[in-house]
Write a protein that binds this ligand. Sequence first.
Ligand code: C2E
Ligand code: MG
Ligand code: MG
Length: 398
Amino acid sequence: MEDGTGQMRRLLVVDDERIQRLIVARAVETLGFTTDAAATLQEAAALLGSQRYDAVVLDLSLGEAEGISLLQALRDSAGDPLVIFISRLDSRVRAASTRLAAAFGLRVAGALEKPVAPGTLRALLRSEPPSLPSRPRPAASAPTAEDLAGALARGELGAEFQPKVALPDGRIVGVEALARWRRADSTVIPPDLFIPIAEQNGLIEALTAQILQYALAACRRWRPGHPTCSVAVNISPLVLTNANLPEYIDHLLQEAHLGPGALVAEITESSVIANPLVAAEVLTRLRIKGVSLSIDDFGTGHSSLLTLLRLPFSELKIDRSFVSHCDTDPEAWKIVRATISMARELGLTVVAEGVETEEVAARLRTAGCDIGQGWHFGRPMPEDGLLEWMAARLVAVA
Ligand code: C2E
Ligand code: MG
Ligand code: MG
């Protein structure tokens, strides 16, 4: 068989077990692959350096060596080979290797348990995963610190608002403000692109101030109709090293004619807290003043159990990477359920973010999760859209 361009396709199988090399070579024969085989890392590296491959089948355990030591060589090799892992190790090791290879920018079709089932291997080879988006973005698309400073000066930064909904009865209990940069030409830049730039260039305090003002002003407008609906603002850990933050937030709340209960500070704890003592003091003072503190993206490695015990959080948000597919992924569901029960034991309000379907919402409700946030309830929207959403919801829930 040919690949449509008149060329034979070439596959490399790397496995220290001869019988497995033969099984793979035989299995792919009918797809028209010519197969080369390597038993060691060295042999494989030499072949990858001298020959272009369309696909590579790689055993994760090569005697004393690990197959994933070849990821760099695969990335540097000519062409863009489709990679398939094979292993006798458990599914979690196979999945971790797949993710690692994807993070390296390789095209991974999947990982199979050994002994390899020929039909499954052929099916994977027929699938053509797209080149992964994890390859670095071209630098040109990322805004510069100067662009951002200009945008802050021109007041181009605002927020969209996403509802947080009580799972037992569907009532709106809060709204998260998510920063958006709307350029003069109406293009909108998402926060993942400009928050790191703000953090790295001393602009994060100015940015946080602008979002806080924007969010509190909006909250002030919806409070008459929804007196208990709070607004949550994301606070970078870098900002917590400013000991004046509690007074500043007090001042902003007064200016907006709001009590401290109107604000929730969402914090992703990361290793970059330069001064943990000041951060702990700032958080404690905010909490004493009556501002709620939420630990964001819980479970992603930024936040730890120690953080929960050490700092006065009142709310825990389970990261969407566990929540969004917890109805189909039994392991994600176990983590979600255990986190809900731990948070409840600790007396924390528990929020699930990334709720995309009613199936997930129903599961969370049954497991005792307090609040849900996600596309199923409402996408992030501008203030006028939020007010419409709130009005429609009030009628629906009443
Ligand atoms: P986050 O605080 O965890 O915010 C939730 C993110 O999940 C938002 O992405 C939201 O649009 C997205 N999301 C909400 N529901 C769903 C869903 O059902 N499915 C999926 N797949 N995604 C959902 P967004 O707006 O792109 O924000 C990304 C991150 O940027 C935020 O994550 C937060 O860490 C950061 N960020 C946003 N605004 C600010 C800000 O004002 N200051 C700081 N320091 N960070 C901010
Ligand atoms: Mg957040
Ligand atoms: Mg989050």
